[in-house]
Design a protein around this ligand. Structure first.
Ligand SMILES: [Zn+2]
Length: 247
C-alpha cells in the first residue's frame, strides 16, 4: 500500500506527503459525501485490477472482485510491485507479500483469480513507465474494465500506475475506473468535487469475504516491532458497505 520511502519520494515527485499513523480524515466525513454518489455496476465483462502493491487491490476493489469472480466473470489482478520497500530491512518481505496476496485472493473467492506479477521495484514505478505500459498492454482483455489507482492518490507508485492506465484508456479506448486508497486518509471530500464518483454496493457475503481477505495482509496490519502501514483508522475507509470509484 505504502512504503517508508514514500514520503521522500513524494517530496521529490512533487506529490503530497502523509503518514499512515497521522489521524487523517475521519471516515464519517467521507460517508456523508459518498452517500450522494450514485450506485453503479461495471459492464458485465472481464475485470483487470491494476495494483501498485499487494493489498491495494483487496482494500479498494476486493468486494467487487468477489462479486465478479463468483458470478463467473474473468478477473485478473496485475500486481505491479511486490511491496518490498514497506520495510526495507525486512529480508524476504517481497516473497511474504506475494504469499499474502495469494492467501487473500483465496479468501476472497473460491473461483480462480489470475495474478500477473510485473515485478517492478517498489517505490520506483515512475522510473519504469515503459515496462509498466508494455506489461499492461499484454494483459488487457478486449472489452475489459480496468480498475486503476486514482492518478492523484498521493503515493508516487499509485500516481504513476494511475497515470499510465488513464493514458492507455485514452489511447486504446479502454474503460477505466479509478480507485482512491490514500486519498481517503490524507485528503478531504472537497478535493473530489467535480469528479464523477460512483458506488458499487457490496452484498453481505462480499463484505464478509473482503474482511477475511484483508486480514491476510499481516505484514501491513501488524508488522513486528513497527507501526502498521495500515492502522485501524486507515482500515476504516475500506469497511464501507460499498466501494467507491471515479469514472
Ligand atoms: Zn499501495
Amino acid at each position: 500500500m505504502r512504503t517508508s520511502l514514500a514520503k521522500a519520494a513524494a517530496a521529490a515527485a512533487g506529490t503530497v506527503s502523509f503518514e499512515p499513523m497521522d489521524a487523517g480524515t475521519p471516515e464519517e466525513h467521507w460517508l456523508r459525501e459518498l452517500s450522494a454518489w450514485p450506485v453503479w455496476l461495471p459492464p458485465q465483462a472481464p475485470l483487470v485490477v491494476v495494483s501498485p502493491h499487494p493489498d491495494d487491490e483487496v482494500l479498494a476493489v476486493g468486494g467487487l472482485i468477489h462479486s465478479w469472480a463468483t458470478a463467473g466473470h474473468p478477473v485478473t489482478v496485475v500486481s505491479v510491485t511486490d511491496g518490498e520497500a514497506a520495510f526495507p530491512q525486512w529480508q524476504g518481505l517481497d516473497l511474504l507479500r506475494r504469499e499474502e496476496l495469494k492467501g487473500a485472493l483465496r479468501k476472497l473467492c473460491l473461483t480462480h483469480v489470475s495474478v500477473i506479477r510485473l515485478g517492478l521495484p517498489d517505490g520506483k514505478v515512475g522510473q519504469h513507465m515503459n515496462r509498466l505500459r508494455n506489461g499492461l498492454l499484454t494483459t488487457l482483455a478486449p472489452g475489459a474494465t480496468v480498475f486503476a489507482p486514482y492518478e492523484h492518490d498521493g503515493h508516487p507508485d499509485h500516481d504513476a500506475v494511475g497515470a499510465v492506465c488513464c493514458g492507455l484508456a485514452q489511447s486504446h479506448g479502454i474503460a477505466v475506473a479509478r480507485y482512491p486508497v490514500w486519498t481517503w486518509h490524507h485528503s478531504n471530500p472537497v478535493v473530489l468535487k467535480g469528479l464523477r464518483g460512483v458506488r458499487f454496493m457490496l452484498s453481505t457475503e462480499a463484505r464478509r469475504a473482503k474482511a477475511r481477505a484483508v486480514q491476510c495482509f499481516a505484514s501491513q496490519l501488524q508488522p513486528p516491532q513497527a507501526d502498521p502501514i495500515v492502522p485501524r483508522h486507515v482500515l476504516a475507509h475500506f469497511e464501507r458497505p460499498y466501494e467507491a470509484f471515479l469514472l
